[in-house]
Design a protein around this ligand. Structure first.
Ligand SMILES: NC(=O)c1ccc[n+]([C@@H]2O[C@H](COP(=O)([O-])OP(=O)(O)OC[C@H]3O[C@@H](n4cnc5c(N)ncnc54)[C@H](O)[C@@H]3O)[C@@H](O)[C@H]2O)c1
Length: 331
């Protein structure tokens, strides 16, 4: 690897813009090619960077030598591009959720493992100071139960409100909080869920996702968590994560970590070093250090499986769905 990382993008919408905004400040990151099926969009992003423009990702991967590829497409579009890039030995930054379909996600994982490329999935909360403090705080404490909630409105992207394209809010957005639960509480064995459709927003056009969702997560440790998420709350956002521990409760609200009662436990200080998810990825690729990455494809695939298990449960009347049904017994 030279002293720069040659980077390409597939998908140049909202989140790609956020990654590009951080990468341009990293001297070792060289964005060389961008691809989007929306030609005007990809041109507008590529021109200021002097990057090559593509509307076909296969052509881009065949013509441009890349060290790393960002895959920033909607959930239902993942799959083929990851397979092609892995086969060429290109390291992957894949936006969450890794796929809407578990068979495709598992196929991509097999190709990634075979190719031995590094992967980072966009679970950016794992890089935020509050979540890092929560993880170190809970490292030596049992959690009995947790409650997470996320009540908001809907993003404007048209695919987001279509169930077969986004999977709904739990799969698409609240996956961040589910992933964080796994990061601090360990693995989940089974999920039950119930959703409401068109109950709060009956007249909303083109909306096939649920407007409110509740799920119960059962952890291997014996702990549990409840998740409440809804996208019918209009402008703004109300959310938080709460944990019951011996003689106290802990809350993460945005980046703010608090313990009640305050004298129950000392709260760890802010982490000494905070890096962005993009800086960590570039550094890992440059120095061949996968250990710098906090959410690889295999790990992220499990977070996706939890929310897809919730969808299956809700579709089947709230049946308790074991994660092994989606991942296989040996995963
Ligand atoms: N990590 C985070 O915090 C975070 C935040 C926002 C979005 N995301 C994730 O990023 C993904 C994209 O979200 P977004 O908000 O950028 O969506 P978006 O609609 O703004 O952008 C997606 C882009 O992908 C393009 N696209 C679709 N199919 C394509 C194909 N076959 N080849 C090339 N380009 C294609 C679209 O034309 C569009 O420009 C979603 O999975 C979302 O969950 C992550």
């Amino acid at each position: 690897m030279g002293r720069t990382v040659r980077i390409g993008f597939v998908g140049t919408g909202g989140i790609a813009g956020a990654h590009i905004g951080r990468l341009v400040d990293i001297p070792e990151a060289q964005i060389v090619a961008l691809c989007d099926i929306d030609e005007a969009r990809v041109r507008a992003k590529a021109e200021p960077l002097g990057a090559a423009v593509y509307t076909d990702s296969k052509k881009m991967l065949d013509e441009v030598k890349l060290d790393a590829l960002y895959v920033c497409v909607p959930p239902h579009v993942h799959g083929d591009v990851e397979l092609r890039a892995a086969a060429k030995g290109i390291h992957l930054f894949v936006e969450k959720p890794v796929n809407l379909y578990m068979d495709k996600a598992l196929e991509a994982w097999k190709a990634i493992r075979k190719a031995g490329v590094m992967t980072q999935v966009g679970y950016s909360m794992r890089y935020l100071p509050g979540a890092m403090r929560l993880k170190s705080f809970l490292a030596d404490k049992p959690v009995g139960t947790a409650h997470i909630f996320r009540w908001s409105g809907m993003p404007g992207t048209p695919w987001w409100r279509v169930y077969d394209q986004s999977g709904g809010q739990l799969v698409e957005q609240t996956t961040h909080q589910v992933d964080l639960l796994r990061w601090v509480m360990g693995e989940i064995d089974a999920v039950a869920a119930s959703y409401s459709f068109k109950r709060l927003l009956p007249g909303e056009p083109n909306m096939t996702i649920p407007d409110a969702q509740a799920a119960l997560l059962l952890f291997r440790s014996g702990a549990s968590a409840t998740v409440s998420t809804g996208c019918a709350a209009g402008k703004g956002y109300l959310g938080g994560m709460h944990f019951l521990i011996p003689n106290a409760r802990v809350s993460l609200d945005g980046d703010n970590l608090s313990v009640q009662p305050e004298d129950a436990y000392p709260v760890p200080p802010a982490p000494r070093e905070v890096v962005s998810i993009d800086a960590a990825f570039v550094r890992a690729v440059l120095n061949d250090q996968p250990g710098l990455l906090r959410s690889d494809f295999r790990d992220a695939l499990v977070s996706a499986a939890v929310t897809l298990a919730a969808n299956r449960s809700a579709e089947e009347g709230g049946r308790l769905v074991k994660l092994a049904e989606l991942l296989g017994e040996d995963f």
